[in-house]
Ligand binder design. Structure first.
Ligand SMILES: [Fe+2]
Ligand SMILES: [Fe+2]
Length: 194
């Protein structure tokens, strides 16, 4: 079969859903490539800075890699701004949602909140509260988020830094996204939590 016969999900058969599951498994394998393609498109975003959003991302991941961070952290650094294009007002949450199945609870939290933590470096210049992040000061992942922004975000706008290429990071993105360890509600309901 090329497509299933049903036009309403309630009419689908077990055989049809098994067929769709097989196709979905193939689609999942392509996730790393789709993420890298989306990242490559950030070459054209973030005008006004000395580097593009893509270069910023590569610089972030390269610094994390050269500092000896875990592969998960390197991939988090690479993808932390991937939501910029479509989630212009909530890019941290979008990146966190993408990474959530593949990274620790701690790194998920760091990505989800990095926008607020990053405000420390600029918000006071336009009347904002640079210390907004302090509302999380008792959170167990607070210091990791502070460190992430300081070492792998606010300092990654240098046009002279010799970042690695997107292809350099492909095997890491493939490995990290190969095995989801946390599942969304839909996935959990279907397969149970492992
Ligand atoms: Fe960001
Ligand atoms: Fe960033």
């Amino acid at each position: 079969m090329k497509t299933v016969d049903f036009i309403r999900m309630e009419e689908g058969t077990a055989q049809e859903y098994a067929y769709l599951d097989r196709l979905e498994d193939d689609y999942k394998i392509g996730l790393a490539s789709r993420l890298l393609e989306a990242l490559a498109k950030l070459e054209n975003s973030m005008s006004g800075y000395k580097v593009s959003r893509l270069e910023h991302s590569l610089q972030s991941a390269t610094r994390a890699h050269r500092a000896g961070e875990s592969e998960e952290m390197v991939v988090v650094a690479l993808l932390h701004d991937i939501g910029d294009e479509l989630a212009t007002y909530s890019h941290s949450e979008m990146a966190a949602a993408i990474l959530r199945p593949f990274v620790s609870e701690e790194l998920y939290w760091v990505v989800k909140h990095h926008g607020i933590f990053q405000m420390y470096y600029y918000a006071h210049h336009s009347g904002g509260d640079r210390n907004t992040r302090e509302k999380f000061i008792d959170h167990p992942f607070y210091e990791t988020a502070v460190r992430f922004c300081h070492e792998y975000d606010q300092n990654c706008f240098d046009p002279d830094y010799d970042s690695e290429s997107l292809e350099f990071f492909r095997p890491m993105v493939e490995r990290v996204t190969a095995h989801p360890k946390a599942f969304d509600a839909e996935h959990q309901a279907r397969y149970g939590s492992e």
